[in-house]
Design a protein around this ligand. Structure first.
Ligand code: DC
Length: 219
């Protein structure tokens, strides 16, 4: 049986960075499920498929090929889209795209298959609640919207992008609201998940906390 660490939480909570670090430490593969939803969103945008156009979305899901490489690169239909899935446009569209049942069913299948023969650290919104309700370790990583907006602005600055704090904060709040109130697989803490607030913690502190929890659960 593979060892599964599920990390859920809102955008900007630090899941991505932390999951990568933890996976390295425990020799597991890191699966960023948000990147998978982003791939569907990018393909839908390219093919002008609206969220309501179920036939087009179904066709996209039948044809789509998503690969998460061990080096962190993301491939959509054999094309490297690692940076293309991180644009504002794709970020915005991935949220409504992720409310479609067919999209979730397709990705759920892919996600479960990825953990059949290898240990995984999987991060997303519904990993501990829906994808792996029996995960060995479940973490719900959180931070205040204000702190997450600050982190996003810093990330943007590193990429040479200027952003407005108020706008970023508003966008984060809207995305939280959509992700937490959608009918299917909403973002919420699994009852047995361990809640970690990263607002005042460094990346090192958060990953050490999680590594301690993993150690206890491995025994
Ligand atoms: O983690 P992220 O920001 O890259 O995720 C992109 C979008 O995909 C986000 O709006 C929520 C959605 N998502 C989801 O619904 N379920 C997941 N397991 C992961 C992401």
């Amino acid at each position: 049986m593979s060892f599964i660490v599920a990390i859920d939480g809102p955008a900007g909570s630090g899941k991505g960075t932390i999951a990568k670090k933890i996976a390295n430490k425990i020799n597991a593969i890191n699966i960023d499920t948000g990147a998978m939803f982003r791939c569907v969103a990018l393909k839908a945008l390219r093919e002008n498929a609206s969220v309501e156009d179920k036939d087009k979305i179904r066709k996209i899901l039948n044809e789509i090929k998503i690969e998460l490489k061990p080096n962190g690169k993301v491939f959509l239909d054999n094309e490297d889209v690692t940076t293309k899935i991180r644009t504002e446009e794709v970020s915005k569209y991935s949220s409504p795209i992720s409310t479609i049942q067919e999209v979730r069913d397709k990705l759920l299948n892919l996600q479960r298959n990825m953990a059949v023969s290898q240990d995984v650290v999987m991060e997303g919104r519904d990993i501990g609640t829906v994808v792996f309700p029996n995960a060995n370790v479940k973490i719900y990583l959180d931070a205040t919207p204000e702190e997450r907006a600050k982190r996003r602005i810093l990330q943007n600055q590193e990429k040479g992008i200027d952003s407005n704090y108020k706008e970023v904060l508003e966008e984060i709040k809207q995305r939280d609201y959509r992700d937490m109130t959608r009918e299917i697989a909403p973002l919420k803490k699994a009852e047995d998940a361990i809640y970690i607030d990263s607002t005042n913690l460094s990346i090192e502190e958060v990953s050490n906390k999680i590594l301690e929890i993993i150690e206890k659960n491995k025994i």
